[in-house]
Design a protein. Structure first.
Length: 277
């Protein structure tokens, strides 16, 4: 595949979710293409930090002198969070004669409003860049269980798990009804906002349970604009370290709580009827 050089062919991929649904794999898949330059991070946490009060913990504090002198990553992130033009200018600067694709794949962008999504599209359009939305979904119960196990393993307590909690079932029962969990699991709400803003041809929704299949790799590669690499299907990234235990009764409660998500996805993505609970 020949690298596009025309400005109209430059693409920005906006990852809008979801956590523990394969976004790290997608980013690694992008990185193995010569057409991609993702900059200094996978997850930039600009718009969630600025727009969503629940996620303000992602705001960077005022950079220290050394960060300012070296223009390190904390400095650059702070600049983007305080001046949105810095965001667009930074990503636009990543394009060159070979790299025609860049991305910000921040799963908690699932909480972004239609207004913010539209502003991002417009910001890149004004700079001759096409913006595409990429989302990955997974059986809600499995997504939630994986998120809880992952955060317990790394002792991370900013996303709805009580500080110091070590019990998986206790954390799971308390977490699934939190706002933190909801904004990362209500695929239906996020997708409706996405579809109201993005043309359908500029939206890709992948399903975690079959995303490693040859046909799905071909689809996402075509959507992004890179060559297929079927061997990459064997790669696993950011895998939860500890075993994720089963608790059928509790899982039934979680499934009932997120019944609207199952119903929506079963209707819009019929394959989930077989792939999910």
């Amino acid at each position: 595949m020949t690298a596009p050089t025309d400005k109209s062919e430059r693409v920005f991929i906006l990852g809008l979710g979801f956590q523990k649904c394969g976004t790290s794999w997608i980013y690694k898949y992008l990185q193995q293409s010569r057409l991609f330059n993702g900059g200094f991070d996978k997850e930039y946490h600009i718009w969630d930090a600025v727009d969503v009060p629940l996620l303000e913990y992602n705001l960077e504090s005022e950079p220290g002198l050394w960060d300012k002198i070296t223009r390190g990553n904390r400095y650059r992130r702070h600049q983007m969070q305080t001046d949105e033009n810095e965001y667009f200018e930074y990503f636009t600067s990543l394009y060159d004669n070979e790299a025609s694709i860049t991305a910000d794949i921040t799963p908690s962008y699932s909480a972004l409003s239609e207004t913010r999504m539209s502003a991002i599209i417009d910001g890149f359009r004004d700079r001759g860049v096409s913006c595409k939305a990429l989302l990955l979904i997974r059986d809600p119960v499995d997504r939630i269980k994986s998120a809880v196990r992952y955060n317990l393993d790394r002792e991370y307590y900013k996303e709805g798990i009580a500080s110091g909690e070590t019990s998986f079932p206790v954390a799971l029962e308390k977490y699934y009804m939190t706002e933190h969990c909801s904004l990362r699991t209500r695929y239906d709400d996020t997708l409706e906002r996405v579809y109201s803003v993005f043309p359908r041809e500029n939206v890709y929704v992948g399903i975690y349970e079959n995303m490693f299949q040859r046909a799905q790799i071909a689809k996402i590669s075509k959507f992004i604009g890179i060559d297929e690499n079927y061997e990459f299907s064997k790669v696993r990234v950011n895998k939860t370290k500890s075993e994720v235990e089963d608790f059928p009764n509790l899982e039934g409660k979680i499934m009932e709580f997120y019944k609207p998500v199952y119903e929506y996805c079963n209707e819009v993505f019929p394959e989930t009827r077989d792939l999910w609970r």
